[in-house]
Design a protein. Structure first.
Length: 448
């Protein structure tokens, strides 16, 4: 790597700056739509769970920070050597979008909080009521207070200035710094670097623990399923041999064994579906991790290079330009990625029940719920139909997002958990492992 120069500073060309500015706006617009859909869905749904409220807080913060990302190339400081071509702002507007950028660190903290939620409820079996009472309130208070307080402090100390690398403003110093700007690097670590690293490693460690737990639980369940299946085969062979040999059987014991075998057969029939849903639990959590990494990894790398004055090294543009483009695409896109993951179980459910409908209708059904009428039948879907007397009719449809029992915890399709102190997975009858839609809707811990 070339040594940093006191005179050289990489600045994208005007065409490159225009491309980055347009990409930021396009990505931010899609993200605003995604976050707004989550906010609408949670606010208009009667059920309120820690998972939904965490996603609501994350989406609300994402809306604010995404607006800041979209404004960065335009309201940043004008007239500087590294100002973007379409910038028309001044020191006040630069400080404003710097505060929005600082508030954007709430997305890191909410992503970490979501990983702790999954770990606490799935791995350690914490009941949602307990999680909400002991942890959730403090999670929201801590994240909002930290983000707002640091943004206000940054404005008060006048430390938000034009970034050396890329559009926008945040904590920045100058070689000939005076006063508080000489502490810009330390302040940047305290206000952004440390929270980001703590969130990053918390997310990775928590989801690694969750992955190991789900894998171990699935393997144990499969082992027990094989044992039950072996017992059934042995019983059937023994029964068949007794019939061939005309050996008289105890009728009462035979009936008990028959009922037991039928029950085990019912459980084994549903076990394959249960394994698939257990994998979906981990997959839902890991998708949120992937969305986080895809959104922020490029910014983390870029900020680390900025801290080493890499942009002042001759030839650094070969690496920094692709990095800036990736950042412009994915940094504002977390709201869109979160929405795709959040509505994924509901979309799959709608596709299973209404596969003949267009994909756009299925997507709207996932967001709007049962109030959306079918395009062909123009009737309310089975999950929301009522009897003529006004009461809700029982529904026999099986829900693809139904819960499954993992160890001693009930885990639903999207990864939410209600602690359960009853039977393990293979002791749950099929009709309990796959509740009807009406039963599933009454469960106090529905995800998505």
């Amino acid at each position: 790597m070339a040594e940093p120069s006191s005179t050289y500073l990489y600045v994208p060309s005007e065409d490159e700056q225009k491309a980055i500015s347009i990409l930021l706006v396009l990505s931010a617009s899609l993200s605003l739509v995604g976050s707004s859909c989550i906010v609408y869905h949670v606010r208009h749904n009667s059920k309120s769970t820690p998972y939904r409220r965490i996603m609501l807080g994350m989406s609300a913060c994402d809306i604010v920070s995404t607006i800041g990302y979209a404004l960065q190339p335009y309201v940043g400081l004008k007239g500087e050597s590294n100002s973007f071509v379409w910038s028309f702002g001044n020191a006040a507007s630069c400080s404003f979008i710097g505060a929005l950028a600082q508030f954007g660190f709430s997305a890191h903290l909410y992503s970490a909080a979501l990983s702790y939620y999954f770990l606490s409820t799935i791995r350690y079996g914490t009941r949602e009521a307990v999680f909400a009472k002991k942890y959730e309130r403090w999670i929201h208070v801590a994240i909002i207070l930290w983000s707002v307080a640091t943004a206000i402090v940054g404005i008060a100390l006048d430390i938000f200035h034009l970034n050396d690398l890329g559009p926008g403003c945040w904590v920045s110093g100058t070689p000939d710094c005076t006063g508080v700007r000489c502490w810009a690097e330390l302040i940047a670590w305290v206000m952004g670097g440390i929270p980001t690293l703590l969130s990053f490693f918390s997310i990775l460690i928590n989801n690694l623990k969750l992955y190991c737990f789900v894998r171990q639980t699935v393997r144990e369940g499969q082992r027990r399923a094989l044992e039950k299946e072996s017992q059934m085969i042995s019983y059937r062979l023994n029964n068949h041999q007794q019939v061939q040999d005309n050996v008289p059987m105890d009728t009462s014991n035979h009936n008990k064994e028959t009922r037991s075998m039928k029950r085990q057969s019912s459980v084994l029939t549903s076990s394959e579906k249960q394994w698939k849903r257990v994998r979906e639990v981990g997959r839902q959590s890991f998708l949120y991790v992937g969305a986080y990494l895809l959104s922020f990894l490029w910014t983390i790398i870029k900020q680390a290079l900025d801290g080493q004055d890499f942009e002042r090294s001759p030839g650094s543009g070969t690496f920094l330009l692709p990095l800036s483009i990736l950042q412009a695409i994915f940094l504002p896109a977390q709201g869109l990625l979160n929405a795709l993951i959040f509505f994924r179980p509901k979309y799959k459910q709608a596709r299973k029940l209404y596969g003949e409908q267009p994909r756009l209708w299925l997507a709207r059904r996932a967001v709007l719920g049962g109030n959306l009428r079918s395009m062909e039948t123009n009737t309310l879907d089975p999950m929301s139909r009522r009897t003529t007397g006004g009461s809700r009719a029982p529904v026999s449809q099986r829900s693809v997002s139904a819960s499954v029992v993992v160890g001693q915890k009930r885990v639903n399709f999207a990864g939410e958990v209600v602690s359960r102190c009853s039977n393990p997975m293979l002791d749950v009858p099929q009709n309990e492992a796959l509740p009807a839609e009406g039963e599933h809707q009454s469960t106090p811990s529905e995800h998505g």
